[in-house]
Design a protein around this ligand. Structure first.
Ligand code: ADP
Ligand code: MG
Ligand code: ZN
Length: 481
């Protein structure tokens, strides 16, 4: 048993995918030319005034409801003052004492158990721009500012310090990410920085109820880096405590290249920010009816959907986990299962051949030519013995390429199974004549010799003969001679 208990609380920042920024009309397009997505408001020009984006409020409420928070009907924005080159106004409009959402909890599976972590709050704030450090030809490194991201609505989701290992923290993050994606408020693209996590970590003697001094690790936008950073930090703090030292409360940067954390700044207290109510914005009042309306548009959440797939469709928990991996995948499966009434077959096709095709083409299910209607038709063609499972695989390849319906492909390529007994019989007789050895082996009692002969008949018909019929007819022919 380890000496210390690890305690982690996470701050997750998610950019909302609204059409415009939080306080102006600019659209934020990732990868746009530097400073193309800006206007006097998000550049922080003196004399400009912010106006709240209603959609951003709606998305924040949506997230709050999905995570079981209380919505603050009387809320406001506050100024958080600090100087940073990428913060053009020298303050960030955020929420201090009246966050839009309070409490709530996130439930997820971890090491085969259900875990629930309480949330402290979710608030809305504006994102900052980005400093770009670049080497200029014939010159030293210079720093440039790109304000495209400045003013993008950001959701800050703050958990209670209730996570007890880096792995558990990741499982929690994945659950939050999944919910945000499902409800369509953020694309959660970590490479593009739409989802960033800041873990706060402390250790305490096992059994102690008091929290130890924590450090905070800045903005991690990949799960791998996040886990490396947390593991390093747990080890670093263990070393300090073992040597009888004290952890200093500070903000750290994790350097992925060296795999170590380095101090960035001493931890500031709320007082340092000189928070005060944003005087340029009105208070935010949320009607109960609006909350109700938003509640009604919430889709089924991933956990509920997984449960329904298991109970209603008889899908195994592992497969249900896979099939709810993204909302698009879950909806595809759900629709196909309902159309065909054969959830198991649908799950097998999706998780097997369709995934193989998608992986090879490096594309996603919602961009693919294959729809639930295609899959349904394919399954019907197998069920009514028009094609064999093997031919069906090649039909699916064609659907994936062309988007044609399976029936059309089968008709155009003449892939329908031969179910005409006399036609099969002719071929069987021919095969038996051409391969007297295996035929004799069968008659002499080596029953498995029939496999070779079935294979030859299938080959002669290019896989189109109905295998059951071939078996039946071969057995008859071999035993009557
Ligand atoms: P701030 O970082 O702005 O001071 P909070 O004090 O609200 O904000 O805490 C931020 C995060 O740090 C929360 O997720 C909280 O759970 C976590 N946290 C607070 N104290 C500790 C601690 N002693 N150990 C680990 N995490 C902590
Ligand atoms: Mg913090
Ligand atoms: Zn703007």
């Amino acid at each position: 048993m380890e000496k210390y208990e690890t305690v982690i609380g996470l701050e997750i920042h998610a950019e909302l995918c609204t059409e415009s920024k939080l306080f102006c009309h600019c659209a934020y397009i990732f990868g746009a030319l530097a400073n193309d997505c800006t206007c006097p408001v998000c550049l922080g020009m003196p004399g400009t005034l912010p106006v709240i984006n209603k959609r951003a409020l709606e998305f924040a409420i949506r997230a709050g409801l999905a995570i079981g928070c209380e919505i603050t009907v009387d809320s406001k924005f506050d100024r958080k003052n600090y100087f940073y080159p990428d913060l053009p106004k020298n303050y960030q409009i955020s929420q201090y004492d009246l966050p839009l959402c309070k409490n709530g909890q996130v439930t997820f599976e971890f090491e085969g158990e259900r875990r629930t972590v309480a949330l402290r709050r979710i608030h809305l704030e504006e994102d900052a721009g980005k400093s770009v450090h670049a080497e200029v030809t014939g010159d030293a490194t210079r720093s440039f500012m790109d304000f495209n991201r400045a003013g993008v609505p950001l959701l800050e989701i703050v958990s209670e310090p209730e996570l007890h290992s880096p792995e558990e923290a990741i499982a929690y993050c994945r659950a939050v990410k999944e919910i945000l994606e499902y409800i369509g408020v953020s694309d959660c693209n970590m490479e593009e920085g739409s989802l960033r996590c800041e873990p706060n970590i402390s250790l305490r003697p096992r059994g102690s109820q008091e929290l130890g001094t924590r450090t905070e690790i800045k903005n991690k936008n990949s799960f791998q880096e996040l886990i490396d950073a947390m593991e390093y930090e747990v080890k670093r703090q263990t070393r300090i405590l073992d040597a009888g030292g004290e952890v200093v409360q500070e903000t750290l940067l994790f350097d992925a290249a060296t795999g170590r954390t380095v101090a960035m700044r001493g931890k500031e207290e709320a007082d340092d920010y000189r928070y005060f109510p944003e005087p340029d914005l009105v208070h935010v009042q949320i009607d109960a009816e609006w909350i109700e309306e938003i509640q009604l548009t919430l889709p089924e959440l991933p956990a509920a959907r997984r449960k329904r797939f298991i109970t209603d469709y008889g899908i195994s928990p592992e497969n249900a986990e896979f099939l709810t991996g993204t909302r698009q995948l879950a909806e595809f499966f759900d629709e196909a299962a309902q159309l065909s009434g054969e959830p198991t077959a649908c799950a097998n096709w999706i998780m097997g051949d369709l995934m193989r095709l998608l992986n090879t083409a490096d594309s996603d299910i919602h961009e693919s030519n294959v729809t639930p209607a295609h899959l349904n038709e394919l399954i019907q063609l197998i069920d009514n013995a028009t094609i064999s499972g093997k031919i069906a695989k090649s039909v699916l390849d064609d659907v994936f390429e062309t988007g044609k319906m399976p029936k059309q492909i089968v008709a155009e390529k003449g892939l329908a199974q031969i179910t005409d007994t006399s036609e099969i019989e002719t071929i069987v007789l021919q095969v038996v004549e051409e391969h007297p050895g295996p035929a004799q082996d069968y008659r002499d009692g080596t029953k498995k010799a029939i496999g070779f002969l079935v294979g030859q008949v299938m080959r002669a018909t290019r896989g189109k003969a109905n295998p059951q019929l071939v078996n039946q007819i071969l057995t008859q022919v071999l035993s009557t001679e």
